[in-house]
Write a protein that binds this ligand. Sequence first.
Ligand SMILES: Nc1ncnc2c1ncn2[C@@H]1O[C@H](COP(=O)(O)OP(=O)(O)OP(=O)(O)O)[C@@H](O)[C@H]1O
Ligand SMILES: [Mg+2]
Length: 232
Amino acid sequence: MTEIRFAGVGHSFGDRTVLEDIDLTLTERRVGIVGVNGGGKSTLARMINGLVVPETGTVTVDGLDTRRKGAAIRKSVGFCFTDPDTQIVMPTVAEDVDFSLRRTGLSREERRRRVEQVLDRYGLADHADHPCHLLSGGQKQLLALAAVLVTEPSVIVADEPTTLLDLRNRALVAETFAGLPQQLVVVTHDLDLVADFDRVLVVDSGRVVADDAPAPALAAYRRLALDTDPGR
Ligand SMILES: Nc1ncnc2c1ncn2[C@@H]1O[C@H](COP(=O)(O)OP(=O)(O)OP(=O)(O)O)[C@@H](O)[C@H]1O
Ligand SMILES: [Mg+2]
């Protein structure tokens, strides 16, 4: 697995401190990040591929510093945004997935084959030539994920990848994640999605307040968010 390392990371936007004292080494295959709204999860996730560079401290991916090697890191770390519209860049579905493959040096034929395969996998084959903006919210979310997965990055960071999905497509994404050989970092409010992950972090007020196996980490999150500590 890739080693994702946060060392003494802190960050603020204006005078608002968003992350502080983050020291983490992530080498597990599947890492979940949960926590209450505004806690800093997306900011932390975006730091993994240099979309946000920390104000203090460093983030490295296999020893490459995101501050200096962002472009190189983004070739091996794929990022899937919460809002698929942020990510969809081409007019039609097939063109959008193909766009991800443009810089890979694959032949046109091989690219076409991969695009077909991934659209089929995500139930979008019938929409290949449709304008992206006419897709439903959930279809857009699947398209955004497909466009990242088609490039086979060695790490996939996904920020709330199931938020817009129906039960069936959520299961499809969960099953896809379970079968991926790559390293996966998933930010989510869908706690079941990370229940079988290798490690779960709970982020609150800019800090990692629990870092454990899923069951104890999710229990800690529930106590924190719902204030239902039976011991009190
Ligand atoms: N680009 C930005 N400029 C200013 N403030 C920002 C920016 N991005 C995030 N913030 C602030 O940083 C804090 C943490 O935001 P972040 O998006 O990381 O939280 P989150 O844990 O992902 O929340 P949610 O569960 O709602 O997605 C929030 O208070 C937010 O308003
Ligand atoms: Mg977020």
